[in-house]
Design a protein around this ligand. Structure first.
Ligand code: GDP
Length: 306
């Protein structure tokens, strides 16, 4: 929670100073205040669609109650944001980094464009699972970048888990097959497979991800159990665009939003989850292993507002 508070500091500071300015000299929430609140939400990268939704909900409350003091605005905003997050995120995870029972190995396919923190997120995830006594296998399926393969191997060494790699420019689906096979043979708990995210070739992206899935299903018919899309939270609208493209190319089941520590625009978590109806499973609030956290909506809202 402390790490989370610290990670969201920039967002919170900026959000609050802007919100403070929006209500200065005003005692009631009127049209003018709502316009300002709208600007604050949009500038925090909540996204237009979700911002409009939040503003509309507040308008409805003002209309119903006839009056809303600006001193209540924090509380109301917090309630509405928590309610929005609840629509797409289940109640709190029982234990951080728990794996579902009955799926062994649990297969996670990780997608996302270069630079968003994909490799780092996989390394941090591996470390967290390993720390909890789980057997982990990694698959270096981003075979288009030598750096990605090397970096994943470094993480494997660092954490002490096997990395399946065929080197650069090899068939990623063969890597996925071998990684799932290896995990099955050694009765591992979880296998995490990296993939290349090249958005400029959309048809290829779809074909490639479909093929990787098909091939791993030869080993585990219901794999992948999770398709985790990694987005860089500091890229604002780009993160929305990437989410649009990846959800078209494959069935994304969970989101990891990274680099929230480096941005004042943490509202992206609220907007993306709402717009794409996909749960945010992990958030990245720094470079250290423990800076990858499981997403807890109430803690997030608390950190955002306190
Ligand atoms: P990839 O190209 O998507 O695999 O990206 P990398 O995993 O190589 O990450 C790119 C950079 O982002 C690295 O320098 C990471 O340390 C950094 N990074 C990843 N996640 C976070 C985060 O949550 N916070 C911060 N501050 N940096 C991060």
């Amino acid at each position: 929670k402390e790490t989370l508070d610290k990670g969201l500091e920039k967002t919170k500071d900026s959000f609050f100073s802007k919100l403070g300015r929006a209500v200065v000299g005003k005692s009631t929430v009127d049209e003018e205040v709502l316009d300002e609140v709208e600007n604050v939400l949009i500038s925090s990268d909540v996204g237009v669609e979700t911002t409009v939704k939040i503003i509309r909900r507040i308008e409805e409350r003002v209309a119903r109650d006839k009056y809303m003091g600006t001193d209540e605005l924090d509380r109301i905003l917090r309630e509405e944001i928590a309610a929005l997050l609840s629509d797409n995120n289940t109640s709190d995870v029982p234990d951080d980094f728990d794996l579902p029972v009955g799926k062994k190995p649990y297969v996670i396919m990780v997608v996302g464009v270069n630079g968003v923190g994909k490799t780092t997120t996989i390394g941090k995830l591996a470390a967290q699972f390993h720390k909890r006594g789980k057997q982990v296998v990694l698959g270096a399926g981003d075979t288009f970048r030598a750096a990605a393969v090397d970096q994943l191997k470094l993480w494997g060494d660092r954490v002490g888990v096997p990395v399946i790699s065929h080197g650069m420019n090899t068939d990623p689906s063969a890597v996925a097959f071998d990684a799932v096979k290896k995990a099955t043979d050694m009765n591992a708990d979880v296998v995490i497979i990296d993939t290349a995210g090249r958005l400029h070739t959309k048809i290829n992206l779809m074909n490639e991800l479909t093929k990787i899935k098909r091939v791993m299903q030869k080993v585990t018919p219901d794999a992948p159990h999770e398709v985790l899309l990694v987005l860089d939270g500091s890229t604002g609208q780009n993160a929305f665009i990437q989410a649009t493209e990846f959800t078209k190319a494959t069935e994304v089941t969970a989101l990891a939003i990274t680099k929230l520590d480096g941005t004042a625009k943490g509202g992206v978590v609220i907007g993306i989850s709402d717009q794409f109806k996909i749960p945010v499973k992990y958030i990245g609030v720094g470079e250290k292993i423990e800076d990858l956290q499981t997403f807890n909506k109430m803690e997030f809202v608390d950190s955002f507002f306190k």
